[in-house]
Design a protein around this ligand. Structure first.
Ligand SMILES: *Cc1c(COP(=O)(O)O)cnc(C)c1O
Length: 440
């Protein structure tokens, strides 16, 4: 059994996180419940920031908030000194509601609406990461109308795709994101921006994928970007102030995953950048990165109550919990794997292999296949590890299941940071039939 962060087993044989007994959490807040280990989020944040500091590199570490956005987590990462990536008006609104300094917010996305661009400009956004020609022109026009300046990075597709354990170099880049290097789109974008009055190009950005365990891909991307920078320096007398190498640092979901410490990513990225800066005789730019999953993923644990059980003789034992694809869609969406324990039987020996089913009306609503567990009964608490990223943020109301609550735990204290949805919440936006459609 692998325990993340401050997770441990207490003298009652219960799983404890942040010094708080998870069985007490389940009793006090109900299940399903997302529990976040605040100390682990802080440790990761400082792991990134302090390594840049130690190496004397000017940097911004932006939390890619799509992994888990809520007012409380934005306040937490703000205090840790991180910047913030948002990809929608809704995430931006949440950040503003959290009092996040808007100049430290970066606005991503491949199809920002006019309304979202206006909202960001009015709020005084730190920068836009511009994805395509449509957005470039739209941004310049919107800036002109509002008489506001905008700082931007342009997103480049470097022709490297991370496939978790290896990388493919794609000649003809096939992605919905970013300006292509190969066909000269990136050069065209730079030329266009140089004709603009309101948009200032701070630098370039690339993001090569997610759940990446080695530094090779980031180093390959850095090399590609610096080749381009050298080229721009010679052809257009342009040198970027910022090079953003994206996120995607891998975490340990199961024993099959073997991540490296976050400091190693930073060290190796900086080393690769240093080589290129010397080679091309450039000034050292600011290095920005955008971790999402690696900041909050293994800090999150979901607690479920166990309910029904079904045994298909000689085939499989199904154990069902009071949540499922409504609070964690990753297993159904991309066969993501998780580990789990019975939080109130941490000292019991594993006695059977069971498969954990959700309660949604879909055969595909299975959280974990073939999990060794102690003998369980209804009302035992199942704790699924590593659900902190892309769990709550992808939660939905399928089958009109209310979304769970979220608590933060640290130093023996628990704090509710997102309330559980109520049945009233579920019908809040519904409008009953009136006169337009005739009722019998
Ligand atoms: C999703 C995303 C990230 C974060 O990815 P993680 O795998 O959660 O670290 C960073 N940058 C961009 C542009 C993204 O789309």
């Amino acid at each position: 059994m692998f325990l993340h962060g401050t997770s441990t087993v207490n003298n009652k044989g219960h799983l404890e996180i942040g010094g708080v007994d998870t069985i007490d959490l389940a009793t006090n807040y109900g299940t399903p419940l997302y529990v976040y280990d605040v100390a682990l989020i802080k440790e990761r944040a400082q792991g990134f920031i302090k390594t840049f500091d130690k190496l004397g590199v000017k940097a911004q570490v932006a939390y890619a908030s799509k992994a888990f956005s809520s007012i409380a987590v934005f306040q937490l990462v703000e205090e840790e000194g991180l910047s913030l990536d948002v990809v929608s008006g809704g995430e931006l609104y949440t950040a503003i509601a959290a009092g996040f300094p808007v100049e430290r917010i970066h606005f991503h996305g491949n199809n920002k609406s006019v309304h979202e661009i206006e909202m960001a400009l009015q709020a005084g956004i730190g920068c836009f990461v511009v994805d395509n020609f449509y957005e470039l022109t739209l941004l310049e026009e919107t800036c002109r109308q509002l008489q506001k300046k905008a700082k931007i990075l342009i997103r480049i597709t470097p022709g490297i795709e991370a496939h978790t354990h290896d990388y493919i170099l794609t000649g003809q880049e096939d992605s919905k994101f970013g300006f292509d290097l190969q066909s000269g789109q990136a050069d065209e974008a730079l030329k266009l921006i140089q004709t603009f009055d309101f948009v200032e190009l701070l630098g370039i950005h690339s993001h090569i994928g997610s759940q990446i365990f080695e530094t090779t891909g980031f180093i390959m991307a850095a090399e590609k970007l610096f080749e381009k920078i050298n080229d721009w320096n010679i052809k257009f007398k342009y040198t970027p102030k910022v090079v953003n190498l994206g996120g995607g640092f891998g975490i340990r979901y199961t024993s099959e995953d073997d991540p490296i410490p976050v400091s190693r990513y930073v060290e190796e990225i900086v080393a690769a950048v240093n080589v290129k800066v010397k080679e091309y005789n450039l000034e050292m730019p600011e290095i920005w990165i955008e971790p999402g999953r690696s900041l909050v993923g293994d800090a999150g644990t979901t607690l479920y109550s166990i309910g029904s059980r079904k045994e298909v003789p000689n085939v499989r034992k199904y154990v069902a919990v009071d949540g499922g694809m409504s609070d964690n869609i990753r297993p159904a969406l991309y066969e993501a794997k998780y580990e789990a324990v019975i939080a109130n039987r941490m000292r019991d020996e594993n006695e059977e292999v069971v498969s954990i089913a959700g309660k949604c009306c879909e055969s595909g609503d299975m959280l974990i296949w073939d999990l060794p567990l102690p003998k369980s009964t209804s009302d035992d608490i199942l704790a699924v590890f590593c659900t902190g990223a892309y769990g709550y943020s992808m939660a939905n109301n399928y089958n009109r299941i209310p979304r769970p609550a979220v608590v933060f735990v640290e130093n023996g204290q628990a704090e509710l940071v997102v309330k559980r949805e109520s049945y009233e919440d579920l019908v809040k936006l519904d409008v009953p039939l009136k006169k337009v459609i005739k009722q019998k």
